[in-house]
Ligand binder design. Sequence first.
Ligand code: UD1
Length: 359
Amino acid sequence: MKKVVRVVGARPQYMQVPILKQKLVEQGVKHILIHTGQHYDSIMTGELAQELGLGEPDINLKVGSGTHANQTAQIMIRLEAALLEIAPDFVIVDGDTNSTLATALVTSKLRIPLLHVEAGIRDFDRDRPEEINRILTDHACELNAAPIPRALDNLRHEGLADKSELTGDLLLDNFIHFETKADSSVFKSLGLKERGYNLITLHRPENTDVANVLRFKEILSFIAKTGLPSVFPFHPRITGLVADFKNDSSFAPIRFVPAVTYLQMLALVRGAQTVFTDSGGLSREAVWAGSKAMMFFKVDTWHDFLERGWAQIAKGNHATMEQALDRLTAAPPMASQALFGSGRASERIVQMLRSKGWI
Ligand code: UD1
């Protein structure tokens, strides 16, 4: 029996586990889940795993927070010991977090084959820790699963064509599966009317770090001026920042609430008039759900959305945010999911693993 280790660390990585796990188990593969402990709050780990039907991870490395070097190094040391003991046939890791990079470094030194899911995404902005994590992982691993054609093009340009395939986006497989279970009770508990509110999430350093507090304020005052009630479930990393703003009457239409569960978030995304976010995952889910997404990124990214008008990027000041929102309002609402593999990414990943003789 082949043994695979799937490594997760951050919430969005956890969300991508269930469907591919199920497909691998159907193929007779033994699936071992290692959580690095990069995220540790219950809403980001335990409660999430329960909603996803995953139960406890087989191993939790419990690294917690730290500087990038510290966190990455701690994951490496603990993951190396775990992998030496388990001796898997191969490892799978998703995305671009510090847990992703640590996994790539450890597996490449141990000579354990690694499949990188969500490979080839590029922002072309090295200020973002995720960009360097992705580039190094795409180069270190043995197989790359690209979610969209543009990601495969990026991998080809970097000379990685031989080990890269277009599979579709695993997040969409999970989105399609879990959307039917979305927890609509959240509308009642938060007093919201469907299509009568904005949804906000901001957590990236470029929008929320102490040094960028003016940017945070600018974004919030822009959203507050739209006049529509807005709900802002906040990531634990910005708890301190939110405490400074939540009683400020100039942001009155914005209601700050602690992070909600994944199934509540799916309901909120689907019911929102506009989703204001700096999360790549949430913007994709918003577009797939037929909502409008306005992304607060420093650089253009997810170009396929921008070109089709399904989402807009608001880089600059209030005036450019307003223009972006006008463009967004005028754009056609529903996006095709075909560009992202129509929910068949897990199937294609399994096919790829079989064709390479990994399973
Ligand atoms: C990480 C990923 C980011 C991803 C995000 C999803 C990296 C470099 N970044 O960012 O790509 O979009 O996860 O959520 O890996 N904290 C808590 N509780 C937790 C986890 C974190 O309070 O459960 C706080 C701590 O103060 C911590 C800070 O959040 O220092 C940052 O957490 P970290 O995991 O390092 O990065 P994220 O911002 O969550």
